[in-house]
Design a protein around this ligand. Structure first.
Ligand code: 6R9
Length: 651
């Protein structure tokens, strides 16, 4: 870490005085959460309304072969009733969702809790009429429109398990998730406007469904009214059905451990895995972290710029904020449309109090100059947040100085799809901040730094190693959909007795935590997780490709870029056209976020005598750090390395 990075910023006196949690309270509550986890989490469970109270708080075992994670297991509740109905008595007319459309020329919408209730009920009734019941799976493939939130809450209301597929994913990726979850219904929209362009979502869904069971139905929300083809009997018109649907719907009583949603995410091997989250524990954790991390107070306007296709959108646009009766802003567009001041104009327009975004967006906007920010009135902002990847000190400083005017604490929230909510972050009124550091564990979280090869726990400071968590928390994922063995193998096999995060970590001399990035073959492109294995298998599925190896390399805006080494089939000639063709191929196989940035033609890949690709070497070359390749003597043919260095793409 640079000297600059080691600078600390204490919370302002005002924050410390007014925040839900100050330094003293953090220390006392954290200690309580360690000394008596059951007592602590029993108390926190009162954040949600239970239909039937639970007796046991926690039943957890991290032992390989017997991994199970249960929280509040004999209690029952309904998530949609918690996020909507229970607020009707006190805040029916308060805005639940502010919707800001892609184009600033279109009007924003303010959806009250009363309206949210009736829309959620309508959607729930439509789904029930389409044959969806408790435990059934529903895929949501939607733009960032209020109907996406209605769809999530409607599923929760009738006990269906939703699985959101990011609207930027391809028809193939969508089909894989429909089939993987054996979904009954796919909810989509005609088009997804974004940055002035419109993705034909319905057409993508039509293509995907060619590869799915004939019984899968499609519920289509009309967002633009643009032209689509229609399959009678399979396709259902949401707008027409909603006009007549009843606006009340009895919520289903769900067990705390019933799955609320599945979210597919990339791992280091094979196809994306379906991360399963629970009903009770997840909601308690999402609600608690939302309130405390962002220091959310009654009446605040809160904006998380993520997409509901990612876990951040689940926990911090929909479930956490709505469980807390908050006003949450949902934005359909992108930071740079119509120009680079859009985020800040939206903050000014809706008087946003908490603003939560990704380092990649901050870096992109930083490059556009300060005027786009300073011409807007950002005085309403109290807390800034980041998520998705480590933030470099330059971006942190710009965020702090230019966006926050030096007044706003930045919560650098480290967590994962698997964790359901924040596991480490500075709290606005309690902790010092250091640019780029995740700082302190949330309540109940016991991080440990292990020596990567011996698995020995490093207790002294400073320490550097792999990051594991020693005990469970209510928001932890419960299993991999349909493959509990993969769940155990991925997270509990390498470091017995711990949850293994896949991240590397440093704990500095002060005992503060810094996430250093993935230690597995997962790369982080613009804050989105990508398994290098997924890109490789897309590449080798192309008829002209014999072999491919994919690694990450440092990218100024995206954090990491996708660097591909490709060996062509005998007789195939490398060309710029082929490079373009392969790029487009990967885009259609997976989606635009997986587009290769650099493709290097590799006559051979560096392999050990047993045929294992030495990725370490490929990473170094991609990083343009080929002077430090280390030992190459065990390679079957060390001469391939010279060719790879000679023709490297990232100079
Ligand atoms: C919420 C989310 C998880 C991976 C995680 C880590 C990286 C996320 C971070 C961060 C450093 C932060 N990551 N937040 N690294 N500082 N504040 O992003 O979930 O998409 O599953 O990604 O992202 O490497 O392991 P997910």
């Amino acid at each position: 870490m640079s000297d600059d990075a080691a600078k600390t910023y204490p919370p302002s006196a005002e924050m410390a005085a007014n925040a839900h949690v100050n330094a003293e309270r953090y220390a006392q509550m954290y200690q309580a959460s360690m000394d008596d986890p059951d007592g602590f989490w029993r108390e926190q469970a009162a954040r949600v309304d239970w239909i039937k109270p639970f007796s046991q708080v926690k039943d957890v075992d991290f032992t390989l072969g017997n991994v199970h994670i249960n929280w509040y297991a004999d209690g029952s509740l309904n998530v949609s009733a918690n996020c909507v109905d229970r607020h009707l008595e006190t805040r029916a007319d308060q805005t639940a969702i502010i919707w800001e459309p892609d184009s600033p020329d279109e009007d924003a919408k303010h959806i009250s809790y009363r309206e949210l209730h009736s829309q959620t009920c309508k959607m729930a009734n439509i789904l029930r009429d389409m044959g969806v019941g408790k435990g059934d799976r529903v895929i949501i493939y939607m733009p960032m429109i209020p109907e996406a939130a209605y769809a999530m809450l409607a599923c929760a209301r009738i006990g269906a398990i939703h699985s959101i597929v990011f609207a930027g994913f391809s028809p193939d990726a969508l089909a894989a998730r429909v089939n993987g979850s054996e979904a009954k219904v796919v909810i989509t929209a005609d088009y997804a406007p974004r940055g002035g362009r419109a993705t034909p979502l319905k057409t993508n869904a039509d293509q995907a469904l060619l590869h799915c069971s004939d019984s899968v139905k499609l519920l289509v929300v009309k967002r633009t009214g643009g032209q689509t083809t229609w399959v009678d009997g399979r396709d259902f018109d949401y707008n027409a059905l909603a006009a007549d649907a009843a606006d009340t719907c009895e919520p289903e009583e769900m067990n705390a451990e019933d799955p609320l949603f599945i979210l597919y995410t990339s791992g280091s091997t094979g196809q994306p895995k379906g991360v399963v989250h629970s009903t009770g524990g997840y909601l308690v954790y999402a609600a608690m972290t939302h309130e405390i991390t962002f220091d959310y107070h009654e009446g605040d306007i809160y904006w998380c710029t993520a997409d509901v296709g990612w876990v951040t959108g689940h926990s911090y646009i929909v479930y956490g904020p709505l469980a807390n009766g908050a006003t949450t802003l949902m934005f359909e567009g992108v930071p740079t449309y119509p120009d680079a001041s859009r985020f800040w104009q939206v903050c000014e327009k809706h008087k946003v109090n908490q603003f939560y975004t990704a380092p990649t967006a901050i870096r992109a906007l930083m490059g556009q100059g300060n005027d786009f920010v300073t011409k807007c009135d950002l005085s309403s902002i109290k807390v800034l947040g980041t998520v998705g990847e480590p933030i470099n000190p330059e971006a942190w400083n710009w965020y702090n100085d230019v966006v926050g005017g030096g007044r706003c604490p930045i919560v650098d929230t480290w967590w994962q799809t698997e964790t359901g909510g924040h596991l480490m972050t500075p709290l606005p009124g309690a902790h010092d901040m250091k640019p780029g550091a995740a700082m302190k564990p949330f309540f109940g979280i016991k991080p440990v730094v292990l020596e990567p090869t011996t698995a020995e726990e490093l207790t002294a400071n400073p320490a550097e190693g792999v990051l594991c968590i020693a005990d469970s928390w209510p928001g932890q994922m419960r299993t991999v959909w349909g493959d509990h063995e993969r769940f155990e193998k991925t997270y509990f096999a390498d470091y017995p007795g711990y949850y293994f995060t896949g991240d590397g970590c440093k704990r500095d001399a002060d005992g503060d935590y810094w996430i250093t990035g993935r230690v597995d073959d997962v790369i982080n492109v613009s804050g989105h997780r990508m398994g290098t294995a997924e890109v490789e298998s897309a590449l080798v599925a192309h008829a002209k490709v014999a072999e491919a190896a994919v690694v990450g390399y440092p990218h100024e805006i995206k954090g990491q870029g996708i660097y591909c080494y490709v060996t062509l089939m005998g007789g195939e000639e490398p060309s710029e056209e082929l490079r373009l063709e392969l790029r487009n191929w990967v885009r259609t196989e997976i989606g635009p976020i997986a587009s290769p940035d650099l493709i290097q033609w590799a006559p051979g890949l560096p392999k050990t005598r047993s045929g294992k690709i030495m990725r370490r070497i490929l990473r170094k070359i991609a990083e343009n750090d080929y002077g430090a390749l280390g030992d190459t003597s065990t390679l079957a043919d060390p001469s391939v390395v010279d060719d790879l260095i000679e023709n490297r793409m990232n100079r």
